[in-house]
Design a protein. Structure first.
Length: 440
């Protein structure tokens, strides 16, 4: 496992202290901001005449820091640099790429710190270099501008990923050698598979353990105990791109074909929906699995629309019940469907305690999760369900449900996917009732 010069010195405190004393305070501070000394070899841009660099590595590898330092190096060296910063959403681009713990503002030395203008979505360096923020959720926003460089973060969770990526690449028309760096934890979505298969894309792979020196004590050991050797661990910790689960009810390509930006038929989602249901898959214990909370609406076109994943993890019944009530209020639900196998009547009591007027209907699971999911998957195949935007955690669970009864997705149980199944079953496979007054 390769380490940086700084990490090598950290393991030898005597030599480190002698070096820092010999340098003095000014040189020591400059060394701390020298990415060439701080970075591990896997975090440094590859040599050669490449156009696209894909860094695909486990969580905690240091991908965000590497992306931010790559952008910083370009901006400080080239006053004419015009850089696109693209996150899954505009808010995420700001929160992670700019203002995050490893973002551009945090890593900048005081003597060359860019000014952030949130209203303009721009970072401006003292020498005149400029970076502009975008969200992949609005791929059309990338039409028009032009750039010399781009940093695309967490592309595996981008909604409308291929459209946003293609628009980004078409903006790369400034300077003599436009370049794009993409950073992501691997998921077998179409865009990631496409880039990995492209022989002209330079791919850097990495594992979480390679950044052990900068992670909390015990984190690696705890993750290895919980996820070592599992499909999720191989993907999220070892940075492996694991292909689709054989026999899965849903494929990534199927879900991508069912993605829309808006619910058609009205000025807003509420006007375009005739019914809205919040479905709940309560956890068996307060600190066990997640509480799946998924919001689905029935469009005026007869199509089901998944409009929110409000699931919460590690919460007491009172907390997840408030999350359910909040989702019902925000989305104007006319019914809450809750699985009663874990808790029975207690589920109704907890939900009504959170909101007395909550219209709750209990459902009982007489078949396994996969058997219940099969007719819902068929609705997707028939084009009768769409996702308004992207729901990465929910979609990962859906793609882990295997025909015949198995589950090979993240976590011990597909709680989000189960809530989705209850919601769509209520709206599209059960009795078609008349819409009630919405709002609580």
């Amino acid at each position: 496992m390769q380490s940086s010069h700084i990490e090598w010195l950290a393991e030898r405190p005597g030599e480190r202290d002698r070096l820092l004393r010999s340098l003095g305070p000014v040189a020591s501070e400059a060394l701390a901001h020298d990415w060439g000394a701080v970075a591990r070899p896997g975090q440094v841009a590859p040599p050669g005449d490449w156009r696209i660099w894909l860094m695909m590595a486990g969580r905690g590898f240091g991908k965000t820091r590497a992306g931010a330092e790559w952008v910083r190096g370009i901006a400080e060296a080239d006053p004419g640099a015009r850089i696109a910063l693209v996150g899954a959403t505009l808010g995420e681009a700001r929160r992670v790429m700019v203002e995050g713990a490893s973002g551009l503002l945090a890593i900048a030395p005081w003597w060359c710190r860019p000014v952030f203008a949130p209203a303009l979505r721009k970072l401006i360096w003292p020498n005149g270099a400029v970076a502009t923020l975008f969200g992949a959720a609005e791929p059309e926003s990338l039409r028009g501008p032009q750039f010399s460089h781009g940093w695309a973060d967490e592309i595996a969770k981008w909604p409308f990923a291929e459209s946003a990526w293609d628009n980004l690449m078409m903006t790369m028309r400034l300077g003599s050698a436009p370049r794009v760096m993409a950073t992501t934890t691997p998921r077998p979505v179409a865009l990631v598979r496409r880039l990995v298969a492209d022989g002209d894309v330079v791919v850097t792979r990495g594992r979480t353990v390679e950044n052990k020196a900068n992670l909390a004590d015990g984190f690696i050991a705890a993750m290895t105990r919980s996820y070592g050797g599992t499909r999720l661990g191989r993907q999220e910790l070892d940075g492996e791109l694991i292909e689709e689960v054989a026999g899965a009810l849903w494929s990534r390509d199927l879900i991508e074909r069912c993605r829309v930006a808006h619910v058609p038929g009205g000025a807003g989602d509420a006007a375009a929906l005739t019914r809205v249901v919040v479905a709940v898959d309560p956890p068996a214990s307060a600190h066990g699995d997640a509480c799946g909370i998924v919001v689905v609406g029935l469009g005026r076109d007869g199509r089901g629309y998944v409009i929110a994943d409000a699931s919460v993890e590690g919460c007491s019944p009172e907390v997840w019940a408030r999350a359910v009530a909040a989702a019902a209020l925000v989305h104007g639900a006319d019914k809450v469907v809750a699985e009663a196998n874990n808790g029975g009547a207690m589920v109704t009591s907890v939900l009504r305690a959170a909101e007395e007027a909550l219209p709750v209907r209990l459902v009982h699971a007489s078949r396994g999760k996969v058997a219940r999911a099969e007719p819902v998957a068929a609705l997707y195949e028939a084009g009768r369900v769409a996702h308004r935007g992207a729901f990465p955690e929910l979609e990962d669970e859906m793609c882990g449900l295997v025909l015949g009864g198995g589950y090979e997705g993240p976590g011990r149980s597909p709680d989000r996917a189960d809530a989705l199944v209850w919601a769509l079953s209520e709206l599209m496979l059960g009795r078609q009732g008349v819409a009630q007054v919405r709002g609580l």
